[in-house]
Design a binder for this molecule. Structure first.
Ligand code: PEP
Ligand code: MG
Length: 581
């Protein structure tokens, strides 16, 4: 019997494939006393599990693509070393022999002891070694409990063509799975502008979030259809559903291949106004797609992904080499590098590392706040950006500014870096434009102040909507309130565009709203002339721009600004153009 599960489609497309379930939850560790006669058997059981863990790690090591950072290989080597002859492994054997603990519990006791010791240490690097202990122990425990290994952690290429289903996926998980040819992602939690959803879109993989309790109804290897537009997952589909969805998949592919003809055509409205259409990028490999769709440059390079799935932060030289590589690919097209926006849902380790729990992480230490608190992380990136600017057109974009003090602090650091580079005779672009993301309501209201002091602004609607309507963008329980057409959001966007106009400074938009063809027309009407969108959406937005007439859209926008609700604006858009918003 076919079951239909409903969530929120966040990355469009149709996928048909078998399911692989990823369990990221905590392990339940059994705790019992073994019989004296069972001691040797329990010791043998633990020995076998340790041997199997080594085998798994060696297999992972062999399958790591050559291009993967050396840190990942080193990370696996550390785990292999820990499995050999260390206190971590010896003590559990003693606990089995002398106290008759079961193997899983013996490991847990030793894990807790070592974690306690590491956490007492003052040295931050040594403190992070606690994670290695936790990972190694949990690998052995999973083997003892016959838990299906986390295939994605093992970079298992057999996941190609599978639909990955999980309670939730962190951005770090998604990055890790990018090379595996996954057919679709589906998660029980998450919101439409969570970074995992954004990544899925940028990878062009159909995705659904908020599929509540899906793992109760779906089993490993079940066949499913994922409809990333409507947010539906059909489990064990019947023949007629399969026929229908295969046809839709082909239609979609046809539509996409027709759009490619627009690649070299200017993004010009019907009444002859040229619009700047740039691309958003997360991972260096995405830069090729910028060229494939004919983007006019990169309006947002989210550099925080450089920091994920690794043990140490990138140093200045690594930043520099990465940017140089990108500048070369773009060969003359402008590159807007956003300084790292870590924190909230973008934790370096996917949030699994222990630390003080922030009850409102999105309101906490993230983006520029973290940069200013950790200059040792921020300065090398800034220096690298400046050095790279000698080699091509680079712009510097600062995320999440909320007041002028932060802005002045950043400009102060930039001045120091310029002086250092001058003193060392290092070349950079002395006119390198510095801009602010406008994504906090306070900054949108005071956009005139930022526009006067900085060179450009870029509106980040993902956060601007989150903070304006007070809804956590990753919380699926309040998704229904997420409304880009909310009059408050439109007024803040309008205010920012007006501030840019008054100060004669360019204003772009790089939030997901810019890449949604249903909203693009309204944004044109509000005065937006520079869009930065995912390469996957770029040609569709271009088509919308080419079908638009600015004079009528300006009137539409003026009415939208006076509307009482997002629903009213949506109805206006639909009546005006017949497109469902
Ligand atoms: C935004 O907030 O709209 C944005 C572009 O930044 P991010 O999605 O990375 O927070
Ligand atoms: Mg943001």
């Amino acid at each position: 019997m076919t079951i239909a599960l409903h969530g929120l489609g966040v990355s469009r497309g149709i996928a048909i494939g078998k399911v692989h379930i990823i369990e990221r939850g905590q392990l339940d560790i059994p705790e019992y006393e073994i019989e004296a006669a069972q001691v040797n058997a329990e010791i043998a059981r633990l020995e076998q599990a340790v041997a199997a863990a080594k085998h798994q790690l060696r297999a992972i090591r062999e399958h790591i693509p050559a291009a993967t950072a050396a840190e990942i290989t080193a990370f696996i080597d550390t785990h292999l070393l820990m499995l050999d002859d260390t206190a971590l492994i010896h003590e559990p054997f003693r606990l089995i022999r002398e106290r008759r603990y079961n193997a899983e519990h013996a490991l847990q006791v030793q894990r807790d002891t070592l974690v306690g010791i590491f956490e007492e240490m003052d040295d931050a690097y040594l403190r992070t070694r606690r994670d290695d202990v936790v990972h190694v122990v949990s690998r052995i425990q999973r083997i003892l409990l016959k838990h299906t290994p986390l295939k994605h952690e093992e970079l298992d290429s057999r996941l190609g063509g599978y639909v990955v289903l999980a309670d939730d996926l962190t951005p770090a998980d998604t990055v890790l799975m990018q090379h595996l040819g996954i057919a679709a992602f589906a998660t029980e939690y998450g919101g439409p502008t969570s970074h995992t959803a954004i990544l899925a879109r940028s990878l062009g993989i159909p995705s659904i979030v908020g599929l509540h309790q899906a793992r109760r109804y779906v089993r490993e290897d079940d066949q499913v259809i994922v409809d990333g537009v409507r947010g539906i997952m059909l489990v064990a589909p019947d023949e007629s559903s399969l026929t229908y969805y295969r046809a839709r998949r082909e239609e979609d592919q046809r539509y996409q291949s027709e759009l490619i003809h627009l690649k070299g055509v200017p993004a010009r409205t019907r009444d002859g106004v040229d619009i700047e259409l740039q691309a958003n990028i997360e991972l260096p490999r995405d830069f090729e797609t910028v060229l494939q769709v004919g983007a006019a440059g990169v309006g947002l390079y989210r550099t925080e992904f450089l920091y994920m799935n690794r043990e140490t932060a990138p140093e200045e030289e690594e930043h520099f080499q990465t940017y140089v590589q990108v500048i070369k690919i773009l060969s003359g097209l402008p590159l807007t590098i956003r300084t790292f926006d870590l924190g909230a849902d973008k934790q370096v380790d996917g949030g699994r590392r222990a630390g003080p729990v922030q009850s409102n992480p999105a309101l906490g230490l993230r983006a520029i706040r973290l940069c200013l608190k950790e200059p040792a992380l921020f300065r090398p990136q800034l220096r690298a950006i400046f050095r790279a600017s000698a080699l091509g057109p680079v712009r510097l974009l600062i995320p999440m500014l909320s007041n002028t003090l932060e802005m002045e602090q950043v400009l102060g650091i930039i001045d120091e870096i310029r002086r250092d580079l001058d003193a060392a005779g290092v070349k950079y672009d002395p006119k390198l434009p510095v801009g602010a993301m406008i994504e906090v309501p306070a900054a949108a209201v005071c956009a005139d102040i930022f526009a006067r002091r900085l060179d450009f602004l870029s509106i980040g609607t993902n956060d601007l909507i989150q903070y304006t309507i007070a809804i956590d963008r990753v919380n699926d329980e309040v998704n229904y309130l997420y409304d880009p057409l909310h009059p408050a959001v439109l007024r803040l966007i309008h205010n920012t565009l007006e501030a840019g106009r008054a100060a004669n400074k360019p204003v772009a938009m790089c939030g997901e709203m810019a890449g949604d063809k249903r909203h693009a027309r309204l944004l044109l009407g509000l005065g937006l002339r520079s869009f930065s969108v995912h390469p996957a959406n770029l040609l569709e937005v271009k088509k919308t721009i080419m079908d638009s007439d600015l004079a009528s859209l300006t009137q539409l926008a003026a009415r939208a600004l006076k509307a009482n609700s997002g629903a009213e604006v949506a109805a206006m858009l639909e009546a005006e153009t017949g497109v469902d918003s």
